[in-house]
Ligand binder design. Sequence first.
Ligand code: GLC
Length: 532
Amino acid sequence: MSGSTFPGATPDPEAWWRGAAIYQVYLRSFADGNGDGVGDLAGLRTRLPYLSDLGIGAIWLNPWYPSPMADGGYDVADYRDIEPSFGTLAEAEEFIAEAHALGIKTITDIVPNHGSDQQKWFVRALEAGPGSPERERFLFREGRGASGELPPNDWQSIFGGPAWTRVADGQWYLHLFAPEQPDFNWANPEVVEEFHDVLRFWFDRGVDGIRIDSAALLVKEMDSEGGEEAYTDLDGVHDIYRGWRRVAEEYDDRILIGEVWLPDQERFALYLRPDEMHTAFNFDFLACAWDAAALRRSIEETLATHIPLGAPPTWVLSNHDVTRPVTKYGRADTSFDHADRKHGMPSDPVLGERRARAAALLAMALPGGLYVYQGEELGLPEVEDLPDERRQDPIWARSGHTDPGRDGCRVPLPWSGDEPPFGFGAGQPWLPQPPEWKALTAEVQAADPASMFTLYRTGLRLRRELLGDGTLAWLEAGEGVLAFRRESGLICVVNLGAESVSLPEHESVLLASGPLEGDRLPSDTAVWLRQA
Ligand code: GLC
């Protein structure tokens, strides 16, 4: 794959998305405008000045469609409207226009693998019965066993438990996630057409990009007894995205971003061919331990797979599915794995924050796009002691209460004041905020030159001026140290070793993640230097 440019790749180096800093808004936890304890568009719109001040180029919103919220909105009941507790379609259009006026692009989240059991299509499929065209939009099958009492195969749901649920007439339907999220049948041209139409619906309303949920899972080999390999990354999935790319190309400058969790970088890169997606999330980097050799390998592999395709890499430290960086980096094991979230493993908050600050400067300095998940810029920790009865992630129930799931990174943001709800809204937030977050509010941090928020804001400003997409050149550095130069002459040095190291020659220090020791860079600290 590496070495030569992919035929047909003619990237526009100036395209807005190639070096953008994209801020992820998990709407129900961002800001609540109507006092019901759930974030909404009204809240988001009042906080647009905050995002503009932070200096981001685009906002990606998690699903904002009508949803019974069995999986926080990833169970979509209507792809062409807005969840009433979030607002209205008219408000969404106003939001898109207001963001544009501030120079901020909007990216929405489309969930093509599955819908909701409350979606009209599924309700009609249940009514229409076995053998009907309505059932052909989903993956209904007869069961095994004398009376069909066993599921059609042994596939397990990614959230735990069987991937099949039986309906009243005896058939079973497939759901790779929760039972409330029935999988679509992508072999049915009606499904293909429906999603093309949904893409156009949002592009017509001014949306600049689409984040594609669970993008590698759409095509299934139903007769295979195999596990994940029977529904993960099957070749047929690429035709789907070629079709989506053709739709995106009907418009100016609209992009497709894939959620593609694949360990194999070469398979991952196939999604970024010039007639498929524009970019995809770099989960290898996100999952990587705080270790210089491992991070260097991840960065090098990422660049090696992206550059020949003309696709910009992306750098992601967190999102709504994974452990908050300050908690992750404070643990003895600093890697991330969905299969073992290391919930409750002791975490040193001081060490975790120090490393998260250094990691932020590393991620911001790398060539390509950057994702910042809401609250990352405030250094919020994972909330690991939520009361069990308040937990809402379906993983909690479906794992038989063994895996607490993802609620701990979804706690509503602290904006201001000394006690919950910290300016989130007038009502009681849907997940409780820790009282200690009074030290982490946006208000407190904006006034503190040493805060995480100030580090992100300054870093994002310098990044806009001096970094973005392009290439890097590695510099000689000792063991445990990452050092590279960007085209503008900016040098990033990250010390992941136990001892301080001396800085390379430089003209000035542009930004550091923590105090320097004279001309030495302390452990778990990153610095941006300008060279003469
Ligand atoms: C993606 C989303 C996650 C969701 C799942 C099912 O991984 O990021 O939040 O639960 O897909 O839609």
